[in-house]
Every structure is written in structure tokens, then in C-alpha cells.
Ligand binder design. Structure first.
Ligand code: MD3
Ligand code: FE
Length: 203
């Protein structure tokens, strides 16, 4: 089932379910090389959401700003390569949403513990806003907040479940968005966490 949530934004319900085993196995390898960490924002706040990356570029933040880097600042090594299972899922989801030939070079992996939230923000550190973003929700459910092009625009609430995939492109690419505090409803496979994979073309 495909639900449109914007002119060029849609939710593909359950799209990732057939990919979950392969994706979680590959995620283990990523976490061994690049564990989850809580980044500090330029304003000096520690993010509630823990993050890591795979792909040729990874998103990071510190007191100096937000940016994409080729190396994990924590290890000094390149970010782990994008696993084939990740790429396959991202490309299939983008195509199902009408974006053929999606070639992500970055996958941000977010981990939410119970109570963690992500405040409203825009994703504008990527070079090409023409490429879509593909987001895969795993584990505990969450409420996604989908706003407008101004921070004060009203937000729509979109419930996201394990296996749901959201694809954003075009005019919806720069909308403000966030995640409400995640309720503790342990998931059979992932326990008390929500994992979100966000595929982007950053470079
Ligand atoms: C909507 N992550 O990593 S899905 C992020 O569930 C982020 O972890 C959320 O926002 C999460 O930046 C939300 C990803 C997402 C990414 C880009 C978007 C949603 C978007 C761009 C425009 C609109
Ligand atoms: Fe975002």
C-alpha cells in the first residue's frame, strides 16, 4: 500500500519487511566498525538520538557545525561501506515511489531509545536537493511530524511502524520534520529501540 503524505512524499507500508533479516545482519557489521554515538550540536546540546553512518559519506556534528565527512571522526577510518542489502532496499523503494536510478552515497542510521525525540529541522547539508531521501523504520513504532517550508507551519502526524518506508523528493525535500518522543513498546525483534535508516545522495 502506498499512502501519499505530500505532493512528492509517500509511505510504502511494510515495504522493508522482506529485507529486514538481511539489513539487520549487515547492520551488525557496521556497528562493530562505527558504533552508535550521541553527537553534540553546534549549539552545545547532545542529541537524544544516537547515530552512525555507512557509505562513502557520513553526516556528523560538533561545536564547529554540521557536515558530511568521508571518515568517521571517532575512528579516523572511512565510514563502513554501504552493504548490498541496504542499497538494494533503498533503490527498490525509490523506484516504487517513482524515483528511478536513485544512487545514495550516504546512509544515516539513527537509534531512538524510549523517550528520545528529534526536534523539527530541515535536511539541507546535501549538495543536490533533486535526489530523493529514503527512510526505513525498524523496531518500535513512532510518530513522524511532517511540517511545511517554514518552521512555524502546522505539522501533520504520520504513524510509522516496523517495516514502513518513506520516500521524499521534489518540493517536499526541504519540509521541516521531526519525530515525537518514542513510547516504550518493546518490539519482538529489536526490543526497546527504534532504528531509522535514512538514505541520501549527499555528495
Ligand atoms: C522529511 N530522521 O535523520 S525520517 C534525519 O525517523 C531524520 O529518524 C527521522 O529526520 C527519523 O534527518 C525522520 C528521515 C527524513 C529525512 C529527510 C527528510 C525525513 C524527511 C526531508 C524532508 C522531509
Ligand atoms: Fe531529517
Amino acid at each position: 500500500r502506498t499512502e501519499m503524505i505530500g505532493a512528492q512524499a509517500c509511505v510504502l507500508r511494510g515495504f522493508a519487511l522482506d529485507h529486514v533479516d538481511a539489513v539487520l545482519a549487515a547492520l551488525d557489521g557496521i556497528l562493530q566498525a562505527a558504533p552508535f554515538r550521541h553527537l553534540v550540536t553546534p549549539g552545545g546540546f547532545t542529541m537524544q538520538v544516537a547515530l552512525t553512518n555507512c557509505g562513502s559519506l557520513g553526516w556528523t556534528s560538533d561545536r564547529r557545525g554540521y557536515r558530511y565527512t568521508a571518515q568517521d571522526p571517532q575512528s579516523g577510518q572511512p565510514w563502513p561501506a554501504m552493504p548490498h542489502a541496504f542499497l538494494q532496499l533503498a533503490r527498490a523503494a525509490a523506484a516504487a515511489a517513482g524515483f528511478e536510478g536513485f544512487a545514495p552515497d550516504a546512509c544515516l542510521v539513527n537509534r531512538y531509545a524510549p523517550g528520545a525525540r528529534l526536534s523539527l529541522h530541515q535536511d539541507r547539508d546535501e549538495r543536490d536537493y533533486g535526489a530523493p531521501i529514503v527512510s526505513v523504520s525498524l523496531g518500535m513504532p513512532a510518530t513522524f511530524l511532517f511540517g511545511g517550508l517554514a518552521r512555524t507551519d502546522r505539522t501533520a502526524k504520520v504513524p510509522l511502524q516496523h517495516g514502513d518506508v518513506v520516500v521524499w523528493g521534489g518540493e517536499d525535500r526541504l519540509r521541516f520534520h521531526g519525530v515525537s518522543p518514542v513510547k516504550d513498546a518493546p518490539h519482538p525483534l529489536l526490543g526497546s529501540q527504534r532504528i531509522n535508516l535514512t538514505f541520501r545522495k549527499a555528495g
